[in-house]
Design a protein around this ligand. Structure first.
Ligand SMILES: Nc1ncnc2c1ncn2[C@@H]1O[C@H](COP(=O)(O)OP(=O)(O)O)[C@@H](O)[C@H]1O
Ligand SMILES: [Mg+2]
Length: 239
């Protein structure tokens, strides 16, 4: 579903994404790990078109989207959920999702209403349909962030450290939600610091360090790799 080839980005002399290639199939979830500053979020910026790549191509369902602006990539089926959800204070959950369905998936208002209902059911927000953005607790704001991405009817979804600030119990709810997103027509990419979350939810994990891909393999192979343990897990244990 997603095919990335030779993606590169430098800010001045600092190479932040260094010749990264990978593929994620429909129905597959790929976790992305790496120390702070490894280039993970910039990698997502390049996929989403928020930042222009210096080199490389991004293909979505076979189509080259490398030169498209962000909105056009969303229309093509690329959705992104951010670490810090910023819902509109006075819009209801339902209104957020209807807007996303209209703007991102190009649905008419009746279809968008139905889509909002479907997505609320999928993400456990049905009871909060009329709650406004500023009335939601953190976990529900995260659910809404995911739900907004889903309402654009994506083929690829990018999740950037969505578990930040959650309790252990809430992280488990989020993992269940991500597992539930796995369907044959959706590819999931999930940046996360919590290795066990990626282990539980992902089919494979890619590790970035100084912008370059160090390893991409099954969660077990990656978390037991000596370079990964040294770079990341060791550091996390000392944090
Ligand atoms: N717009 C920018 N201008 C200059 N440097 C940037 C910019 N965005 C990110 N960087 C630098 O790129 C590196 C990677 O950042 P980032 O992709 O946010 O890493 P990660 O998400 O893995 O923590 C960092 O050194 C960061 O300071
Ligand atoms: Mg980041």
């Amino acid at each position: 579903m997603l095919e990335v080839t030779g993606l590169k980005k430098a800010f001045g002399k600092l190479t932040v994404v260094d010749d990264v290639s990978t593929t994620v199939a429909g129905g597959e979830a790929m976790g992305i790990m790496g120390p702070n500053g490894a280039g993970k979020s910039t990698f997502f910026d390049l996929l989403a078109g928020a930042t222009r790549a210096d080199a490389g191509t991004v293909r979505l369902a076979g189509q080259d989207i490398s030169t498209l602006p962000t909105e056009a990539r969303v229309e093509q089926g690329l959705a992104r959920a951010f670490q810090i959800p910023k819902p509109f204070a006075s819009l209801s959950v339902r209104e957020h999702l209807e807007l996303a369905a209209v703007a991102g998936a190009g649905l008419g208002s009746n279809e968008a209403r139905l889509e909002a209902e479907t997505v609320m059911d999928r993400t456990g927000l049905a009871d909060l349909a009329n709650e406004t953005g500023n009335g939601l607790r953190l976990l529900d704001r995260k659910r809404l962030e995911l739900a907004k991405a889903l309402a654009t009817r994506p083929r690829v979804i990018l999740l950037d450290e969505i578990s930040g600030g959650l309790t252990e119990h809430e992280v488990h709810e989020l993992i269940a939600l991500v597992l539930d997103l796995k369907t044959p027509d959706l590819a999931i990419l999930w940046i996360e610091h919590i290795a066990h979350a990626l282990k539980e939810a992902c089919d494979k994990i890619m590790m970035l360090h100084l912008g370059a891909k160090i390893i991409e393999d099954t969660p077990d192979a990656v978390t037991s790799d000596s370079r990964v343990r040294e770079l990341y897990l060791g550091a996390a244990n000392h944090a």
